[in-house]
Design a protein around this ligand. Sequence first.
Ligand code: COA
Length: 224
Amino acid sequence: MKMAVLQFDTCNADSPRFERSMREVWNQTLQVIISFVIQNPILTTERLILRRWGESDREPFARMNADPRVMEFFAERLSRQGSDALVDRAEAHFREHGFGPCAAEFRGDRTFIGFIGLSIPSFQTHFTPCVEIGWRLAANYWGQGLATEGARAAVRYGFETLGLQEIDSFTVPANARSRRVMEKLGMTYNPADEFEHPMLPEGHPSGAACAVSVASDGVETLKC
Ligand SMILES: CC(C)(COP(=O)(O)OP(=O)(O)OC[C@H]1O[C@@H](n2cnc3c(N)ncnc32)[C@H](O)[C@@H]1OP(=O)(O)O)[C@@H](O)C(=O)NCCC(=O)NCCS
């Protein structure tokens, strides 16, 4: 009895077609993995997705960084180049430390609205090295509890997933909104903890800053 033998080319591991199709499958898989890792939410809350940064975040982030309301307590508003450099530094922080300031996306309409997250300050002062929590949102999203919601999730992530013992935050004393977020997170402020921010120009109204911290056992501590 004659038997037909059919050989599917791709089953032959030595064939060039097999190699090519395997390479294509591998490349596609890699693309899926990369896009999953890059856009993979690090944290989700009721209203927010906190995730790695994408190219499409750069333009709305630059708009925020040029907004005088958003930058009221900073040394200066940022150019597009300066804003992009901040995105690059955030992504470099993720690559180096495995965590960083997350791009914040509003779940309702999937809009990029700013950043919330943990980072290691690059300057030195009496309470560094430390892990800081920070936030910056587009002005039309203020006053809805979003910064606090995202920051709560980031603090929990810092303690429970990263195993941190303490998280610090600092702001200029006049930044009442930011201080209120810190208060709502359970952080405390002591005027004695004010410090001169080494990266702000001397004499700038933002030059003095206060630091607050929260410990993993839930007891507020002051590190300074
Ligand atoms: C700071 C910032 C992230 C807060 O975002 P947000 O989503 O509005 O914060 P929340 O809604 O969670 O909380 C803000 C709190 O400040 C309060 N607040 C608003 N304006 C205030 C003011 N002028 N004085 C005192 N409290 C004020 C709000 O009422 C709210 O408190 P409540 O929930 O008890 O009512 C946002 O204002 C921002 O991006 N600012 C510019 C960037 C910045 O300064 N970042 C911090 C640098 S340290």
